[in-house]
Design a protein around this ligand. Structure first.
Ligand SMILES: Cc1cc2nc3c(=O)[nH]c(=O)nc-3n(C[C@H](O)[C@H](O)[C@H](O)COP(=O)(O)OP(=O)(O)OC[C@H]3O[C@@H](n4cnc5c(N)ncnc54)[C@H](O)[C@@H]3O)c2cc1C
Length: 572
């Protein structure tokens, strides 16, 4: 029989969004509810520890920054697809989040006069990236975790893998979860759920993301009947290290670094003369790919031609003080010292603007389920996210969803039992079907093929033909997935089985991304169609919603919330 674990509130994911939600839920409930915090990796190994460059907030109004400016930068950066009510709310919340973290003990980097330091970032017209060296995510996670330890009404589940979200009659009923150490299958019953499972970065072969970021929460929500929104908008960060894809934070350019082509030119002068290297990421990535395609790049391994990120003129002291991680990484991975040599970089898959559809509070259309952080599409980033707005979003909507879900739970009666039929079916799917497969397809090759397909089909520039071919190949990969082989038939730490579950999730997310991208016949933000090179507000100023059907995603659309600024031409 399947064992049952009960909590009032379950938080799926312990990255910045999940931890911030947990702190808030514990805070507002005053110990009256029990919170379960679930992560497929050790709680403190969530991908968020990798965030480098900073977190956006208006801290210096006296020097010219303002909520309006931050909001305008975000809306313009989004290519006008962000919901403007969401953006206005976001910018007003952020200063308090920065100060809360300060009070909870984060070592923000400081200016010589002792104030919290802020540095420039792409697409922001004021230096408002708040940072802790170039290890911002690590320090934020550490601070939130330390704060959470003050409360005793939560339980952590490190290395527990969620396989499905149970929904009945439009309401949340529970999760099915595998305890990875033992391989035991559990039902977690609860009154509310916050999905904070992060993005889907490893859908692409060349990525900045941790290998654990496999879009699980997106696929689980999609299968539970919640639509995915705007998934075609996948951000390519301009500066991935060659050949690994490790992120060279935008803070390198925020601190004054240059991008150079093989003629030694700062080519951004031809694409974004005002903002140069600090134009938004979609603009810089397209410029870099154009330089490379037109022969002004350097020959790289495995077709990874590249350009140079030059920090030398910043000088040793500034690099050691502000970018120590970057130097450590280039020394360790390439034996290259950025104090003396330029760094080889090219655009790299980095961030999912889309995600689980929510309202402005992070609430999904299923009663009792919220989503927060990169997994959610609260519609803050639209078609292109500005750097430092993501860790900020995790804090803002972690706090909002944590508070709301806790208050919701406190007004509910006892949790109802999870539907036995759904639990039985899920057990059968995982252990009766998947674990028993002994087909001819190599699971690991199949995932690699999927990731290569996405690089070819849905890169910085896209065409209808490429997207169509990509969709065909992903559907073929789904067919072949039926014939995979799981060699490890055991239960304890069966990473072979987990790999299969993750791959199945990635396949669902890939199909949604490609279908949305193929349908959207325009270019907007990170979605650049060579066959439809212009933004088309008349037809496409709307959000894509993908609903799961047995035949594949069904697409619907919903309007963008425009409260303040009508779309205008986007120049930098
Ligand atoms: C290298 C890098 C640097 C970045 N730097 C910055 C920056 O400086 N500023 C900025 O604003 N943004 C930055 N970003 C983006 C930002 O880091 C992420 O968007 C953000 O950290 C995502 O946090 P999250 O809490 O939503 O998810 P994550 O931190 O990815 O956490 C996801 C959690 O969900 C859990 N989980 C997932 N699936 C399952 C499952 N099936 N079962 C159980 N648990 C599951 C995971 O174990 C994990 O605990 C960066 C991104 C990268 C790749």
């Amino acid at each position: 029989m399947t064992e049952v674990i009960r909590h009032d509130l379950i938080i799926l994911g312990s990255g910045l969004a999940g931890l911030r939600a947990a702190v808030e839920a514990c805070r507002v409930s005053g110990g009256k509810i029990s919170v379960g915090l679930v992560s497929k990796v050790q709680l403190m190994r969530a991908h968020s520890v990798c965030a480098e460059g900073g977190t956006a907030a208006v801290l210096r109004p006296e020097e010219g920054d303002s909520f309006e400016l931050h909001a305008w930068d975000t809306v313009k950066g989004s290519d006008f697809l962000a919901d403007q009510d969401v953006v206005h709310r976001f910018v007003r919340i952020m200063p308090e989040e920065i100060l809360l973290l300060e009070h909870w003990g984060i070592p923000w980097s400081r200016d010589p006069d002792g104030r919290i330091a802020q540095r420039p970032f792409g697409g922001h017209s004021f230096p408002r990236a708040t940072f802790a060296e170039d290890k911002t995510g690590f320090f934020e996670m550490q601070t939130l975790y330390d704060t959470l330890l003050k409360y005793d009404n939560w339980t952590g589940y490190s290395e527990w893998f969620a396989t499905s979200i149970l929904v009945e009659d439009g309401r949340f009923r529970g999760l099915t979860v595998i305890e990875m150490a033992s391989g035991k299958f559990y039902v977690m019953e609860g009154k509310a759920l916050i999905i904070a499972t992060g993005g889907a970065g490893t859908l692409f072969g060349f990525t900045t993301y941790s290998q654990t970021v496999t879009g699980d929460g997106l696929a689980l929500a999609y299968r539970a009947g919640i639509p995915l929104e705007d998934m075609e908008f996948l951000q390519f960060h301009p500066t991935g290290l060659i050949p690994s894809g490790i992120l060279m934070t935008e803070a390198c350019r925020g601190e004054g670094g240059y991008l150079l082509n093989n003629r030694g030119e700062r080519f951004m002068a031809n694409y974004a003369p005002e903002r140069m290297e600090l134009a938004p990421r979609d603009v810089v990535s397209r410029a870099m790919m154009t330089e490379i395609e037109q022969g002004r790049g350097f020959k790289g391994p495995r077709g990874l031609d590249y350009l140079h990120l030059d920090l030398r003129h910043l000088g040793r002291d500034r690099i050691l003080e502000r970018l120590p991680l970057i130097r450590e990484v280039t020394l360790k991975f390439l034996g290259l010292d950025p104090i003396e040599e330029p760094i080889p970089v090219r655009p790299v898959a980095h961030y999912s603007m889309g995600g689980i559809e929510t309202d402005i509070d992070g609430k999904t259309r299923v009663e009792g389920i919220w989503a927060a952080g990169e997994a959610a599409a609260v519609s803050l980033h639209g078609a292109n996210r500005l750097g430092t707005n993501s860790t900020a979003e995790c804090l803002a909507w972690g706090a909002i969803s944590g508070k709301q879900a806790a208050e919701y739970v406190m007004h509910q009666g006892p949790a109802e039992k999870a539907p036995e039929e759904l639990v039985r079916r899920e057990y059968e799917r995982v252990f009766g079907d998947l674990l028993r497969r002994e087909g001819r397809e190599n699971l690991y090759h199949l995932r690699q093929e999927l990731r290569d397909t996405m690089v070819t089909a849905a890169g910085v520039f896209r065409t209808g033909d490429q997207l169509e071919e990509g969709l065909r190949r992903v559907r073929e990969i789904r067919e072949r997935f039926q014939f995979i082989s799981i060699q490890d038939k055991g239960r304890a730490y069966n990473t072979n089985l987990i790999h299969a579950l993750e791959t199945e999730n990635l396949i669902d997310v890939a199909e949604v991304l490609l279908a949305g991208a193929l349908a959207r016949e325009e270019s907007r933000g990170a979605h650049a169609r060579r066959d439809f090179p212009k933004r088309d507000d008349e037809k496409w100023l709307k959000h894509t919603l993908a609903f799961r059907t047995p035949e594949g995603p069904r697409l619907e659309y919903k309007p963008v919330v425009i409260t303040t600024w009508k779309p205008v031409e986007r120049t930098y």
